[in-house]
Design a protein around this ligand. Structure first.
Ligand code: ARG
Length: 608
């Protein structure tokens, strides 16, 4: 039977539940168990649980470290218990389960949690047999991600590159988790800058309405028109007239506007293709017809204030208002974002709206969200909206990122330089001597685009970020180059042993013993993949995934150094023994790494 949800929308939304055959989120499972234990031991305490991954194996695999704060909470409720007693009570109340081997009290009130070996063995063999799967228990949402969003006629700059990389990775993550994701490119394709562009178009290509104007380099076209706009009063007047014609949808000027947008669009698309980014364009112009209605609704709600001919809207406790209507009657960036949030929450029934835009705009989004609540269009208890901000890109001198000619860096040039440097690096390592030209080219692209994406994602996005090809192309430490190499090495093990995936699966169908402690350690780490990616959705910071990936490759090295997978005869070099259990562990590691790469938008190669 359907749940008691009267509106058809709710019915539709409640359909998608999580995949019961997904991977187990172990940390999530432990939190559930400890949540139940706390409820049992202290029914008066609401929503309390603190389980973390242990920092050292001496403290078990996971640890409950909430006894101190729980004892404080209890005190406020009139119950005086020291943390040790609290921990004892929690420990006794953990329900019977198939996950935990031992719960050891330690220190002033920690509980060290050790996983059952049989549980780890079973989960690992499921991982080998079924491959990497999304975690179970994720409630499906309809998510709109607004990212990249460059401006027409202006060059896409490194800030937009960050938005593109971070936004794409967030989409990949949410898609993998099973959410319904809409990738939106909120292109700046409307506004007063089109006045001067159109006036300049009139002069340069008077025939633009009949024939597609061969604008060519839009960058210089923009500069030329800007110079005229700033120096020629008549031109300026004509530019304003053009804006009016455009905004009243004069078909001739719409044609000119389209032609200009097309040139930009093609340039943007080249970047997206190179970086393998999928995104749907829905720029500011998309909301043109909605803006009138938006303003009307705000007017009716009585929230607009006249201010020197403008109409503005204040949000509670925020000093700077939105400008919803300009004194000339035109709409603004603010108006388009008000129209957009209403469209997304109301018309699209999004459960979650994400804006990946530089931190410089955090005030703007805070105000938009607050005003949407004032207008009654948004209930933040029902709809999650958030601005995913990021710091600025700095040059190696920690100053503004510039190219040699001291202008802003063009993205195409940056990607080209990445390719050139990647090739240099591969040749320096003499990879051209072992790889075919095709393999070399794939490796070059994997390294170039991979390192640009990875070094961005591996940093905490909130911080400013120093762009350095030298740093990102290092082959030691937590870099794309190191990880891509590590991955190819693992993949080559199966090639050397000459065993297939099928043979490995068959051999371990009855379980994997994991008798060596390095095997066990690696297995437990691989099984932390689900909890790691679920946690990323809490604050949409992606660097913990990079840390996890690095930890996996380090744990793999530790394992591989001491655990022989393939034994060869010293004199003949012939393979004498293959340990299939360990081969399975290699494959599982490579598969988890490949999935992490895919979430980060990296394309690993089999040979490098
Ligand atoms: N085009 C804007 C810029 O370059 C970013 C737009 C972000 N998205 C939005 N809904 N405001 O600064």
């Amino acid at each position: 039977a359907l749940e008691d949800n009267s509106s058809p929308q709710n019915v539709k939304k409640s359909v998608a539940k999580s995949d019961p055959n997904g991977m187990v989120n172990i940390l999530g499972k432990l939190e559930e168990l400890f949540g139940l234990a706390i409820k049992q031991a202290f029914p008066e305490v609401k929503d309390f649980q603190v389980v973390v991954v242990s920092t050292t194996p001496n403290f078990g695999d996971y640890q409950f470290n909430g006894a101190m704060s729980l004892s404080k909470v209890l005190k406020t409720l009139g119950k005086s218990l020291n943390p040790r007693d609290v921990a004892t009570a929690v420990q006794k109340s953990v329900p019977a389960n198939e996950v935990i081997e031992t719960l050891d009290l330690a220190g002033p009130g920690f509980i060290n949690i050790k996983l059952k070996a049989s549980f780890v063995q079973e989960q690992l063999s499921l991982l080998v047999m079924r491959g990497v799967r999304p975690p179970c228990g994720v409630e499906k949402k309809r998510v709109m991600v607004d990212f990249s969003s460059p401006n027409i006629a202006k060059e896409m700059h490194v800030g937009h590159l960050r938005s593109t990389i971070i936004g794409d990775s967030i989409c990949r993550l949410l898609e993998f988790l099973g959410h319904e994701v809409l990738r939106i490119n909120h292109v700046g394709d409307w506004g007063t800058q089109f006045g001067m562009l159109l006036a300049h178009l009139e002069d340069r290509f008077p025939n633009f309405a009949e024939e597609t104007p061969p604008i060519g380099d839009l960058q210089s076209f923009y500069k030329e028109s800007k110079i005229r706009f700033d120096s020629d009063a008549d031109f300026k007047k004509r530019a304003y007239a053009c804006v009016v014609k455009l905004q009243s949808h004069d078909p001739v000027y719409i044609k000119g506007w389209q032609a200009i947008c097309d040139v930009s669009r093609r340039e943007f698309q080249k970047i997206y293709d190179r970086l393998d980014i999928k995104i749907k364009e829905r720029g500011e112009s998309f909301y043109q017809d909605l803006m009138k209605k938006t303003v009307q609704l705000l007017e009716e709600a009585g929230v607009l204030i006249e201010d020197e001919g403008r109409k503005v809207m204040f949000a509670p406790n925020i000093a700077v208002p939105l400008t919803v209507v300009k004194s000339d009657g035109g709409y603004t960036y603010d108006t388009s974002d008000m129209a957009a949030i209403r469209q997304r929450v109301h018309d699209e029934s999004a459960d979650w709206v994400i804006y990946v835009v530089d931190m410089g705009q955090s005030g703007h989004f805070e105000t938009i969200f607050a005003c949407a609540e004032v207008a009654g269009w948004l209930d933040r208890k029902k709809t999650r909206v958030e601005h995913v901000g990021f710091g600025v890109v700095l040059g190696e001198d920690r100053k503004k990122f510039k190219s040699r000619s001291s202008e802003t860096v063009r993205l195409v040039d940056l990607l080209d330089e990445g390719l050139r440097r990647a090739k240099e690096k591969l040749i320096e390592k003499e990879r051209d001597k072992v790889l075919t030209p095709e393999e070399l080219e794939s490796a070059q692209q994997a390294v170039a685009y991979g390192c640009i994406k990875y070094s961005d994602l591996a940093h905490n996005r909130i911080a400013d970020y120093v762009f350095s090809f030298d740093k990102m192309l290092e082959d030691k430490g937590n870099t794309a180059v190191y990880l891509l190499y590590a991955y190819t090495r693992i993949r080559s093990i199966a090639r050397t042993a000459n065993v297939t995936d099928e043979q490995i699966k068959k051999a371990v169908a009855d379980g994997i013993p994991l008798s060596h402690d390095k095997e066990m350690k690696l297995a437990k780490l691989l099984l932390r993949f689900p909890e790691t990616i679920v946690r990323l959705t809490f604050d949409l910071c992606l660097h913990p995934l990079c840390e996890f990936l690095y930890e996996v490759s380090t744990a793999f090295t530790e394992f591989y150094d001491v655990c022989y997978c393939v034994e060869k005869d010293r004199t003949t070099g012939q393979i004498v023994k293959i340990n299939m259990d360990r081969m399975a562990l290699c494959e599982a590691t490579a598969n988890v790494m490949a999935q992490c790469f895919s979430l980060l938008g990296l394309k690993p190669v089999q040979k490098m």
